[in-house]
Design a protein around this ligand. Structure first.
Ligand code: DX5
Ligand code: ZN
Length: 219
C-alpha cells in the first residue's frame, strides 16, 4: 500500500504522513512540473524535505518533462523508488541506470493511452512498472477499468520473464476498485482520495489491503 499525499493537507504534511505510516509500505510522492501534466506540486527541494521527514520510505512518481536529466536527483534525495514516465523519456535505459546508480529502485510509468508494448523491452531492467488507471495530473478521478487488459498483459509478461518486478496501479484506487486491479495482477497500490478523504486513513488502508489480498489469493 502506497498512500499518495497529493490530496493530504499540505500545511501539516508531517502529521498527515504519521496518520498513515503504520499501515503503509511506501509513501507515494507525486511530483508534477506543470509541463508534463497541467499541475504543479513539489519541487526537488520540497521533495527532499518530505523524504527526510518521512518515517516511511518514499516512492517518487515523477510527472515531469525532463526525467532523463532529473530523475536520478530524486534517488540522490533519498527516495527508495523513482518512477518516471516513458512518454517523457528519450533515453530510458540511461535514466534507469542513473536512478539505480544513485541507490534507488528504478521504475517506469505508462499513461492510459500508452500500450504495454512500449515498455515491454525494459522489463529486463526495471524494478517496478506503474500502469496508470487515470490520466496523470490530479487526484480524485474515476478509475479506468478499461486498463485491466493492459494490467493482465503486463502481469503475464512479468511472470514469464521471472524477475521480481512490482506492478503498481495509480488512480481511482478505492474500496470499489482495488479488488479488480489486484485480480488483474497489480501488487502495489497507490491510493490518494480513498485514504485521505476517509474518516480514518489508517482504517481505510487496512481495509484496502485486506480487499487486495483477498482478490489476489482468489486468482
Ligand atoms: C495522479 C497521481 C495519483 C493521485 C491518485 O496523477 O499520480 O498518485 O494522487 O489519487 P487518487 O487515489 O485520488 O486517484
Ligand atoms: Zn502518482
Amino acid at each position: 500500500m502506497c498512500p499518495s499525499i497529493l490530496n493530504a493537507d499540505h500545511s501539516k504534511l508531517h502529521s498527515e504522513i504519521e496518520r498513515v505510516a503504520a499501515d503503509s509500505d511506501l509513501l507515494h510522492l507525486d511530483v508534477m512540473d506543470n509541463i508534463f501534466v497541467p499541475n504543479l506540486t513539489f519541487s526537488l527541494d520540497q521533495s527532499r524535505e518530505i523524504i527526510e521527514a518521512s518515517s516511511i520510505p518514499v516512492d517518487a512518481h515523477l510527472m515531469i518533462n525532463a526525467p532523463d536529466s532529473d530523475a536520478f536527483k530524486y534517488a540522490q534525495a533519498g527516495a527508495v523508488s523513482v518512477t518516471f514516465h516513458i512518454e517523457a523519456s528519450e533515453h530510458p535505459l540511461a535514466t534507469i541506470s542513473a536512478i539505480r546508480a544513485a541507490g534507488a529502485r528504478a521504475s517506469v510509468a505508462i499513461k492510459p493511452g500508452t500500450p504495454f508494448s512500449r515498455v515491454e523491452p525494459l522489463l529486463t531492467e526495471i524494478d517496478m512498472l506503474l500502469v496508470m488507471t487515470v490520466e496523470p495530473g490530479f487526484g480524485g478521478q474515476k478509475f479506468m477499468a478499461e486498463m485491466m487488459p493492459k494490467l493482465h498483459e503486463a502481469r503475464a509478461a512479468i511472470d514469464s520473464i521471472g524477475r521480481d518486478i512490482w506492478l503498481q496501479v495509480d488512480g481511482g484506487i478505492a474500496m470499489e476498485t482495488i479488488a479488480v486491479a489486484a485480480a488483474a495482477g497489480a501488487d502495489a497500490f497507490v491510493a490518494g482520495s480513498a485514504v485521505y478523504k476517509a474518516e480514518s486513513p489508517a482504517v481505510a488502508l487496512q481495509e484496502l489491503r485486506k480487499l487486495a489480498t483477498q482478490a489476489a489469493s482468489l486468482e
